[in-house]
Design a binder for this molecule. Structure first.
Ligand SMILES: Cc1cc2nc3c(=O)[nH]c(=O)nc-3n(C[C@H](O)[C@H](O)[C@H](O)COP(=O)(O)O)c2cc1C
Length: 205
């Protein structure tokens, strides 16, 4: 049996949250990634510092999170996305792993549009998109709203929080689904980083 130890991947979560609900999910993504062995930086993009920009540039994987406002990503997230233009030109994030999550009030609420935008944003940066990797929950007679991936997204993680609820009303299934996304990205990134190191080593040999 191989005794090879996977390297610790560096994951950064770049998120916006106007009222705190998406921040609860960002924390869950962080927990999942840390439990899976990653070193994680949690970065609110509306107060991003130069040091945090450097953490994004140094990460192996970036996970983007935003509430869905008016059927798309929030203005706060778009301001961040537009501020990455120089990195887009330079290819600073090319070949990093990417993934995304969003949260809105309605069960659908046009969240798919937001996740599609996040994947296009990653593609523009020439990144490698990792999907949610879960079967859909809550879609059969015996299924329950407490299933993982209860809203049935594939491209990323989607959550639904009552528009008049506090941050304690973020659904436990959505929190668990966000944790799963963090863990999946950490695990896939570890394999990717190890593979790249192995190829570099064999090229040196
Ligand atoms: C300006 C604005 C636009 C919104 N647009 C949508 C929407 O298109 N679809 C939806 O389901 N919920 C929408 N909502 C509800 C938010 O997505 C929801 O309250 C979410 O939990 C907010 O996350 P946050 O606390 O991280 O900002 C909107 C809320 C605001 C303030």
């Amino acid at each position: 049996m191989s005794s090879y130890v996977l390297p610790q991947p560096r994951v950064a979560i770049a998120f916006h949250s106007g009222y705190g609900h998406t921040a609860v999910l960002a924390e869950a993504v962080r927990r999942g990634a840390e439990k899976a062995g990653a070193h994680v930086a949690l970065i609110p993009v509306d107060t991003i510092t130069d040091e945090q920009w450097s953490e994004l540039d140094a990460a192996d994987a970036l996970i983007f999170g935003t509430p869905t406002y008016m059927g798309g990503a929030s203005a706060g997230f778009h301001a961040f996305a537009e501020a990455t233009g120089g990195r887009f030109v330079d290819g600073t994030w090319a070949d990093k792993i990417a993934a995304g999550f969003t949260n809105s009030a309605s069960k659908s609420g046009d969240k798919l549009n937001t996740l599609t935008f996040l994947s296009a944003f990653a593609a523009q940066h020439r990144m490698i998109w990792v999907t949610l990797g879960l079967a859909p929950g809550w879609n059969a007679l015996e299924a329950s709203e407490h299933d993982l991936n209860r809203l049935g997204f594939w491209i990323g993680a989607g959550a639904s929080t009552p528009q008049d609820g506090g941050i304690d009303t973020v659904h436990s299934s959505d929190i668990a689904t966000a944790e799963h996304l963090g863990a999946r990205v950490a695990e896939r990134t570890a394999v990717f980083v190890a593979g790249r190191a192995a190829l570099a080593g064999s090229a040196d040999a």
